[in-house]
Ligand binder design. Sequence first.
Ligand code: ACO
Length: 322
Amino acid sequence: MLYGKITGWGKCLPPAILTNDAISTIVDTNDEWITSRTGISERRVSHVSTAALATAAAQNALDCAGISGSDIDLVLLATCTPSTLVANTASLVQKNIGATGAAACDVNAACSGFLYALQNATAQIQAGMIKKAVVIGAERMTWYVNWARRDSAVLFGDGAGAVVLEATEEATGLMATKTGCDSTDRDILHITNFGSDINKYQAPVGPSDILFEGREIFKRAVKGMSDACDDVLNQADLPLADIDVLIPHQANLRIIQAIAQRLSVDDDKIMVNINKYGNTSAATVPIALCEAVENGLIQPNANIMSAAFGAGLTWAASYIKW
Ligand code: ACO
């Protein structure tokens, strides 16, 4: 039996920090509202492309694993803010890291994208099709942000995280996973003015905007992530008490707290960094994973549960043996 061992991890956070007080100078909001409703204090804003963020995170993960890009068979980039659609953004990352000849493609499942990509890369390793993969979540969400809309402008940030997977017979890496999508109400979270459905001859096409029904998304995110975690625990035949670390998608601190309460997970087992970065969509999970290793929350052999929810409406949960 083959497994995909996580042998390297890396992240890239652009240095420019946009605080709540700074946002309050451009839109009618304030630090107290944002902090109390979302848990966000500041976010990063990138002056470079999604591909550049993804490349830096992937290179850091390769350096951590002690291998080079030329060793990689597959580059999977989870993003809903691709630098370019054709050619795909993963191919530019493949070129930048020197993964010559590796398969390269983008995965779009919005905020759930990284866990979807991790499942896909692990399955290819388990099937014996590839030996080494780099899986990245990278986003430049602020590119979509309409800075005149206070409800969405305060929520999002930019960044990237990545892991290297290597085939091994050791029982480690992604051990159980569940992905899904309820498309019935896919319109309650979407980005306008993007994609080939736009009538480009009907000028002018306005800027993109992130539209969502916040309260409905909130409820569905809590239920979707909690239910997916339960499914994965059942699949792995693992009691919740055996989970050492929970890495939830970072969309709102109150969503994270509600999931923790529903699953009965202690606060000291939960990785939270939304205060520093806001919602970086597909990048929240790999960035949080990196930081959980860096700050010692993840120890060797740890049982990690990760969950995400996003546009589609997609969801995913994964049990990872470290
Ligand atoms: N500053 C000040 N006031 C604001 C702001 C702001 N930035 N944004 C909204 N308000 C106002 C509203 O206008 C409203 O005012 P009103 O009562 O006079 O009409 C009031 O605050 C309450 O607005 P609500 O939308 O009801 O606030 P809520 O408590 O639901 O919080 C939030 C909004 C933070 C978006 C929450 O619903 C949420 O986190 N939803 C889920 C996350 C989400 O949708 N993320 C999008 C990406 S999807 C994902 O990642 C899973």
